[in-house]
Design a protein around this ligand. Structure first.
Ligand SMILES: [Fe+2]
Length: 200
């Protein structure tokens, strides 16, 4: 069973108290974007996508981290008894299930093996992909054109050569979502950001 919105928000706010940052507003935008996309695709569950969006980065409760927030979030939600949504804490960060080491690749010993084993044991469904694209589109200030968002994120975090492989996966993902929608995902949003963000 998935938590209701009030419960999910209280978990998010408790995590924000421990590790304040833009990630809380990003999570709220992600939940709204995921809900909007799921509502436009037949047979999807918008409420489930919304709650998964709220909690996909909940691993940040364990402090400032890079890719480790995925497994931290999975562990945290499993401890909370939210095994239904724990999946998205991991899957949202790995489009195409590809392990593409980047500059914030901070898994602790054993965690990478766990994540690889976990992903090998599941098939991505459309909900996983909706959460992925919602995460990639969502800034703390609203949804943004994917290419601008990827470049903004890359410059904020610094990049290595592997980032191009990650970008290809993200663009492929957008193509799949566009096909599921029967139109560009951008057409769902009249508040889509196209300009470089002012994070100041
Ligand atoms: Fe996120």
């Amino acid at each position: 069973m998935i938590p209701d919105r009030e419960t999910a928000l209280s978990l998010l706010n408790a995590a924000y108290e421990k590790n304040p940052g833009l990630w809380r507003d990003h999570s709220i935008v992600t939940s709204q974007v995921a809900y909007r996309i799921a509502s436009a695709i037949p047979d999807m569950d918008p409420d489930r996508c919304q709650m998964a969006g709220l909690l996909h980065d909940i691993g940040r409760i364990r402090g400032i981290s890079g890719v480790r927030h995925t497994i931290d979030g999975y562990d945290y939600l499993m401890e909370q008894g939210d095994s239904d949504l724990a999946r998205y804490c991991i899957t949202h960060a790995f489009p195409g299930k590809r392990m593409i080491p980047h500059t914030r690749w901070d898994f602790l010993p054993g965690q990478l093996d766990f994540v690889c084993g976990y992903l090998n044991g599941i098939e991505y469904d459309l909900t996983d992909k909706i959460l992925q694209i919602a995460d990639f589109l969502s800034t703390a200030h609203g949804p943004m054109v994917l290419e601008v968002r990827l470049m903004e994120s890359a410059l904020r975090n610094s990049v290595n050569r592997k980032f191009l492989d990650f970008w290809r996966e993200c663009l492929q993902l957008k193509t799949e979502i566009d096909q599921a929608l029967g139109m560009s995902v951008y057409d769902l949003f009249d508040d889509l950001l196209i300009d470089w963000p002012n994070q100041g």
